[in-house]
Design a protein. Structure first.
Length: 161
């Protein structure tokens, strides 16, 4: 045994390669180097693995998450309003009366579920694509989505016997 440590932290490893620690972390994410987690905040890498990487370029940064990747239920509805305007500016697609809501058509193959926050914790289906929303009046919106949405919006959930 030489007395030298076998494992070092990310800052020291990055320093060995003259890299910023955040650039070095990309090597771990890309699988170029193995790591061990000593605790929730401490990560170690093998010195010999770091030395083997000398002279190799770090991987390209991953593209930033697009808004499509991170939009929840409320954000999806905000996106619809931004893309199409207020639902009240349109007639209801079912009856022709003035619309009040943007209604999800339940046709998106990438359908998501999330809480609308203000009305409860019941997961509601939604789409991150504004094209899957149509303007509807409250009556038609409730009829389209069924009793589940009507009970959810009023704060009462229908219990089947």
């Amino acid at each position: 045994m030489t007395g030298q440590p076998c494992w070092i932290g990310i800052p020291a490893a990055a320093d060995m390669l003259n890299e910023n620690p955040s650039v070095f972390r990309r090597r771990i994410s890309a699988g170029q180097i193995d790591m061990i987690r000593v605790s929730t905040r401490i990560i170690r890498v093998r010195i010999s693995d770091v030395e083997a990487l000398k002279g190799t370029p770090p991987p390209e940064p991953r593209p930033k998450s697009s808004p499509r990747d991170i939009v929840g239920y409320g954000g999806a509805h905000t996106r619809v309003r931004a893309a199409k305007g207020k639902a009240s500016e349109y007639p209801c697609v079912d009856c022709g009366h003035p619309a009040e809501d943007w209604s999800y058509d339940h046709q998106d193959p990438d359908e998501r579920y999330g809480s609308d926050g203000a009305r409860g914790r019941t997961p509601m289906p939604y789409s991150m694509d504004p094209e899957h929303y149509a303007p509807r009046c409250k009556k038609c919106h409730y009829a389209f989505d069924g009793d589940r949405l009507a009970g959810h919006r009023s704060g009462r959930r229908k219990v089947s016997a």
